[in-house]
Design a protein around this ligand. Sequence first.
Ligand SMILES: Cc1cc2nc3c(=O)[nH]c(=O)nc-3n(C[C@H](O)[C@H](O)[C@H](O)COP(=O)(O)OP(=O)(O)OC[C@H]3O[C@@H](n4cnc5c(N)ncnc54)[C@H](O)[C@@H]3O)c2cc1C
Length: 504
Amino acid sequence: MEDTYEDLHTVTHHTDTYEDAQEDAHEDAHEDVYDVVVIGGGPGGEVVADRIVRSGLTAVVVEAEAVGGECSYRACVPSKALLRPGAAREAALSVDGARQAVTAALDPAHVLARRDRFTGRGDDAGQAAWLKGAGIPLVRGHGRLTGERRVEVTGTDGTVRVLPARLAVVLATGTEPVLPPVEGLDRIGVWTNRQATTADAVPERLVVIGGGVVACEMATAWSSLGSSVTLLVRDQALLTGWEPCAGEEVVRGLTALGVTIRFGVSATRVARDGTTRAVTVETDDGAALVCDEVLVAVGRRPRTADLGLEAAGLPAGDWLPADDTCRVTAHAGDWLYAVGDVNHRAPLTHMAKYQARACAAAISERAAGRPADTGGGQAWSAEADRFAVPQAVFTHPEIASVGLTERAAREAGLAVRAVEYRIDDVAGAALYADDYRGHAKLVVDETRGVVVGCTLTGPMATELIHTATVAIVGEVPLTRLRHAVPAFPTVSEVWLRLLEAYGL
Ligand SMILES: Cc1cc2nc3c(=O)[nH]c(=O)nc-3n(C[C@H](O)[C@H](O)[C@H](O)COP(=O)(O)OP(=O)(O)OC[C@H]3O[C@@H](n4cnc5c(N)ncnc54)[C@H](O)[C@@H]3O)c2cc1C
């Protein structure tokens, strides 16, 4: 059976050399006019192109750095590869009998080598070869819009190539990290997600600026590898925007790992000593911290500053709001689409790929003269972006969520009731880990009698969340959900307890 992009995304390495792939890509790109030109070969861009080609149309991918995007080499994949050994060790420590077999700390050299096996240290030859096998030409270089359905690509050698599109241009250029206006930050060589996921040595002391998902995951990973980590958090909580229980459990877990968390504190000035290479971080409460590296994880901005958006009547540097078919809304034409992080709908790899599938279906549908109207669960409607975005965070403990928080649901005007349950009290959880700690919160729309949000913390939370996604997307009435019996003795029995807590 032919491999799909989904199968290959994290494991495609070295079927061809880089040079072969580049040469072949150039050979393949003789034809200059394609039905669809995709700028950006990350998860979003690759899947759009794949689906377009499978539908019988032609597509080309323009990529400035590495096919596979941020996700494959400097985000999801290396971060999870760095986190998994610490999680495995903690899991063993939580089971008496196995605990006694854990006799040492993690071995950083092996952890980093394992990460490199997943990322190929940034070598995209495997993914470029996959594109070729899928019949998708790759043009390496920086793509820009220069007019209606027209893209210009500047190669690293300065050569310019014009790629007109018959039907559509899809922008899938992702995001880049934001640096806050802290004096000295742009001069000391800070870590962003790129260095935090690719570093070859464990810093003795790491200061992390930020309190969101990337900050929490990277604090977990590097502290498990032996760094002394301090988190500087401007707010009074971690993971604001999540249910409060998520941030609270992660504070507890990070603290247990030895991470120092300082809330309500912002960095004001940083400087690196030219001799010792140590960094001093001054904060607005008058303190000064000395560390070896500073990771900045305070948010991301769209990679649209140099994308020729002006040629489509759009302002440079902005997000690209898009409708459910991923067609750019602030644009008078009908040929411009945006998928993935750059449209700011749901900045996660799985949602980028979901949007890509919808976008490609919409383009094919419209090419066939049909309108691709949305609203009824059609293949070309990325409507789950608005109500069912799952997110899995591999901190200690794991946390996961899908749909609305109680607060967001109330703000949206829904009449909701929240039910909560300590997963520690589930028999399967106690068998799973001696000190199992976990929390479940369900947000129920009382008018329709369906689940609209779920947050889970604790071991297996990242695997359990899909059950909630299915319940939300399927709009399964709670009275029906009670017939979905979780097996004994599993952590999933928390579903039974939640329904009981609701009164069923
Ligand atoms: C540390 C970290 C960990 C993360 N972990 C997870 C996770 O576990 N799960 C998850 O779902 N999400 C995770 N994310 C988010 C995930 O990385 C993004 O949602 C995902 O990469 C978005 O895919 P994309 O295709 O939109 O953009 P990207 O992956 O950013 O790809 C965009 C591509 O476009 C190219 N490009 C940009 N401009 C141009 C141009 N003008 N011309 C040609 N090419 C161009 C870039 O070189 C890049 O290859 C994480 C993010 C970070 C920072």
